[in-house]
Design a protein around this ligand. Structure first.
Ligand SMILES: [Cu+2]
Length: 218
C-alpha cells in the first residue's frame, strides 16, 4: 500500500494532500451575532432571533421540546423551535390546567389535565403560537416556530447564531409585545465569517417588559 503510494509523482501527491486536507476539515460555518435593543439602548427581554435561508430550505427538525407548567406559569415564557418540532406540555402542578391556543400557526386544546399528555404536539407551521390556560387567566406563553435551524433566544438582548452554512439569509426578530417587526435584514455569509446584525425594537404601548411573568405569583 505504502509502496504504491510512494510511486505517485510528487506533484500528484501534493494535490492529493491538499484534497485530503479539504475533506478532513470541518465545513466552513459562519457566526451571526445579533443585538436586540430598545430605542434607549436597553436590552429587550425574551427576544427570538433567527436567520431564514433564502432560496433554499434546510432539513426539518426532528426534535422535541418541552413547555412545562409549574406554579401556575408556563416555563419557559418564550420557547423557540424549528418547524417540525414536537412539543410536550407536562403539567408539573397538582392542579389541572387546560392549555389552548387560537393562533393560526397551531390552534389546539389540551382539555383539563394533570401529568403529561401521551402524545406531543407537532408544530409544522412557522408563526407565533400564543398559549393560555382556560382556568388561570394570568398564564401566558409564546412558542415561536421558525423555518430554520438557526435561531436563538436572546439573553440580555444578545444572541449568537453559530454554525451557519454559507449562503444568503434573512435575519429576523420577534419579542413579546412587539407592535411592528423591526425590518428584517438580509445578509450573505461566507466561509467562517462573523457577521453582526442589530435591531432596534419598539414596543406596543404597554408597561416596561419587566416582570410581566408574575414571578412566584400564586
Ligand atoms: Cu392553568
Amino acid at each position: 500500500m505504502m509502496a504504491s503510494c510512494l510511486r505517485v509523482p510528487f506533484r500528484m501527491r501534493s494535490l492529493l494532500a491538499i484534497a485530503a486536507a479539504f475533506v478532513t476539515l470541518p465545513l466552513a460555518a459562519a457566526t451571526i451575532d445579533v443585538r436586540v435593543q430598545d430605542a434607549r439602548g436597553g436590552a429587550v427581554r425574551d427576544a427570538v432571533v433567527y436567520a431564514v435561508p433564502e432560496g433554499r430550505s434546510l432539513p426539518l427538525a426532528k426534535k422535541t421540546a418541552v413547555m412545562d407548567q409549574k406554579n401556575r406559569m408556563f416555563i419557559p415564557h418564550v420557547l423557540a423551535v424549528q418547524t417540525g418540532t414536537s412539543i410536550r406540555f407536562p403539567n408539573s402542578d397538582d392542579i389541572r390546567h387546560h392549555v389552548y391556543s387560537f393562533s393560526p400557526a397551531k390552534p389546539f386544546q389540551l382539555p383539563l389535565y394533570k401529568g403529561t399528555p401521551a402524545n406531543p404536539l407537532l408544530f409544522s407551521k412557522a408563526g407565533v403560537v400564543t398559549l393560555g390556560c382556560n382556568i388561570h387567566d394570568q398564564m401566558s406563553a409564546f412558542i415561536v416556530v421558525v423555518d430554520t435551524p438557526y435561531f436563538e433566544r436572546a439573553d440580555n438582548g444578545k444572541a449568537t447564531l453559530a454554525g451557519v452554512e454559507p449562503g444568503r439569509y434573512t435575519v429576523r426578530v420577534w419579542y413579546p409585545d412587539m407592535r411592528d417587526e423591526p425590518r428584517p435584514q438580509t445578509i450573505n455569509v461566507t466561509g467562517d465569517a462573523r457577521v453582526a446584525v442589530s435591531f432596534v425594537a419598539g414596543h406596543a404601548a404597554a408597561p416596561p417588559a419587566a416582570d410581566h411573568h408574575a414571578h412566584g405569583n400564586p
